[in-house]
Write a protein that binds this ligand. Structure first.
Ligand code: 5AD
Ligand code: SF4
Length: 445
């Protein structure tokens, strides 16, 4: 590489949407430092692996990825490991993978340029601080991108300590970003062409703050304030905890037009005994009551969830109870995982760890039921007219893919459409993962 050409970088994010957001912020910061994105598939001077630690497989992936960064001539890029594996394993990463130059935790990545500079002088630069002064203030201002949708992290960390979960250890305690910062960031995104914002947090509905008049508000207050921003058409939020589903937030689903009819509300399991062992602090009944109340104010709402099968001590009866809560809720979509033993969490040392073969069988049965519900939800939208926000191009000539209010991917083909358009369509077909639609404007023209 010529010494006067700008250095190139590639940020690869794994895991949750918060990591995607962090990856975007790191890319923006590197851009502000004069780095340019490496061409697709090209060789970057700096590679940031923004890792996920939630399950064992995700955590191990980083080591195979590091191995693959070695070039044919034996050289390698500068390698930074960021994200939750960095936080959880720290200096151990650099010992296990000596080619790693920088290890930076999710609360310290605003210091990445400094860490890279130290690494370039031959130091192993490791920063796992969880500083009180928030990283957000130190990051460059957002400009909005080419895309019509964006993530906005409003809350980070978790105080819930579910017994299987590493998040409270890797992301730290719950913090809410200040109202004024969030409004400013949202305005910058909208000015850059963003029409839909998804508010993010490990426990996004635990967000609280003070509005511009000094009144204490919760996530519903923030959503209502954002809804009054011109140019912002759609608001979503994820991920929520059942215990933080306040009356105000439930009411907002019936009152705020820009709040999309979609709720991701993980329940994890359907047996009160297992929920208690998980330290979920809600019951099957209290979960179902929330779903009922949300549906009462917004009957068409799409419900989504997360499930874990094979938590220590889960019996056949407990698992049947999980299938029962799935039937009772009727999900539009959901994620389901085999329990993964995470060192340092209380569940890792619990008796009665469940056999792998049993977990496989349960996961398959759960996913068959969830897939059936997803197909049924999608099929029920056929014939409906609705509005899409077009987000990206499809595989076929002239095809665009947009999202329905219920977060379904919908394919549509018509001349003159562009990414960022909002169009009215009639849904014409439904598969398990995507829908087809025709634009209604054809009937007008
Ligand atoms: N094993 C399996 N799944 C887990 N999750 C969190 N920790 C674990 C674990 N140890 C799942 C939960 C959570 C989602 C993000 O990941 O379902 O809601
Ligand atoms: Fe993990 Fe539970 Fe916190 Fe969610 S609520 S991040 S599952 S500890």
């Amino acid at each position: 590489m010529k010494s006067d050409s700008p250095k190139t970088f590639h940020v690869k994010s794994f895991g949750c949407q918060m990591n995607v957001y962090d990856g975007e912020r790191m890319a923006e910061m590197l851009g502000a430092q004069g780095y340019v994105p490496a061409a697709e598939g090209g060789d970057a001077d700096l590679v940031v692996l923004n890792t996920c630690h939630i399950r064992e497989k995700a955590a191990e992936k980083v080591y195979s990825d590091i191995g693959r960064l070695k070039r044919e001539d034996g050289s390698r890029p500068t390698i930074a490991v960021a994200g939750c594996v960095a936080q959880a394993e720290g200096a151990e990463i650099a010992r296990r993978a000596p080619s790693v130059d920088v290890v930076v935790g999710p609360q310290a990545y605003h210091r990445l340029p400094d860490l890279i500079a130290r690494a370039e002088k031959g130091e192993k630069a490791i920063d796992l601080d969880m500083p009180v002064d928030s990283k957000f203030g130190a990051l460059p201002k957002r400009a909005g991108g080419q895309r019509p949708t964006a993530f906005l992290t409003v809350q980070e960390g978790c105080d819930k300590f579910c017994t299987y979960c590493v998040v409270p250890y890797t992301r730290g305690a719950e913090i809410s970003r200040p109202f004024a910062d969030l409004i400013a960031e949202a305005r910058a995104l909208v000015a850059g062409g963003v029409r839909e914002i998804t508010l993010l947090g490990q426990n996004v509905n635990a967000w609280d703050g003070e509005d511009d008049k000094g009144r204490a508000i919760g996530l519903d207050g923030l959503i209502r304030a954002l809804a009054s921003e011109d140019g912002l058409e759609r608001i979503r939020y994820t991920t929520s905890h059942p215990n933080d589903m306040t009356d105000g937030l439930i009411a907002a689903h019936g009152e705020v037009e820009k709040l999309m009819p979609f709720l991701h509300l993980p329940v994890q399991a359907g047996s009160d005994r297992i929920l208690a062992a998980m330290n979920r602090s809600h019951t099957v009944d209290s979960y179902l009551r929330i779903i009922e109340r949300v549906r009462a104010v917004r009957p068409d709402i799409a419900i989504s969830g997360d499930f874990i099968v094979g938590f220590p001590g889960e019996s056949d009866e407990d698992f049947d109870a999980t299938l029962a809560i799935v039937r009772a809720t009727n999900y539009a979509m959901a994620y389901s995982f085999k329990y993964s033993r995470r060192p340092g969490t209380p569940a890792a040392t619990m008796d009665e760890q469940v056999d792998e073969a049993v977990m496989n069988d349960r996961l398959q049965r759960l996913q068959a039921l969830l897939n059936e519900q997803q197909q049924a939800f999608n099929s029920a939208t056929v014939g409906r007219t609705t509005r899409l926000l077009l987000e990206r191009t499809g595989k076929r000539e002239g095809q665009l893919i947009g999202k329905s209010p219920w977060l379904q991917s919908v394919h549509v083909t018509a001349p003159g459409l562009a990414i960022g358009d909002m169009i009215d369509v009639r849904i014409t077909s439904a598969g398990p993962n995507s829908l087809g639609a025709e634009p209604l404007m054809a009937e007008i023209g």
